[in-house]
Design a protein. Sequence first.
Length: 179
Amino acid sequence: MELAALAAAGDRSAFGELVRRHGSAVRGLLRRMGAPAAEADDVAQDAFLIAFERVGEFRGQGTFVAWVRKIAARAYLRRLQRERKIAALTAADEAEDVAATPDAAGRMDLDDALRGLGAAERICVSMCYGAGLSHAEAADALNLPLGTVKSHVKRGLEKLRARLAPADGATLEGRRGNG
């Protein structure tokens, strides 16, 4: 918060420190949304440039990293829209049957599980849970009906729960001794 205030006051080194601290989180979100590594780097850089220009608008409601993630998610979606990929991604979801396989130890991390989702589900889940957008904000950014976004998120979360469930069938509550 203090660095963001310094950056808003014109301290370039403070903004540089914000980029250093949060760059990987922004790139990680973009990768989870489906951006290849090089594209994630480009979009993250664009997002930080936008954030630098608008840092005075950051009011400290939430964290700086959440604010810049929203900027990055929207920038990536604008890029997808420009390339006319959104419609193709949604259509591809209906045609693809992606099966995620756990690694040799029988574990799967979140990134692997997200790659197992259809493209529209991955983008919607990443926007709503990774970037912190509401369903309505994601629907607006994607130019999709709210119900469609909600459906993609619901299906995506169900698939993630199934893929990330422990192999022994134990629940997280049961492992903690709460249940």
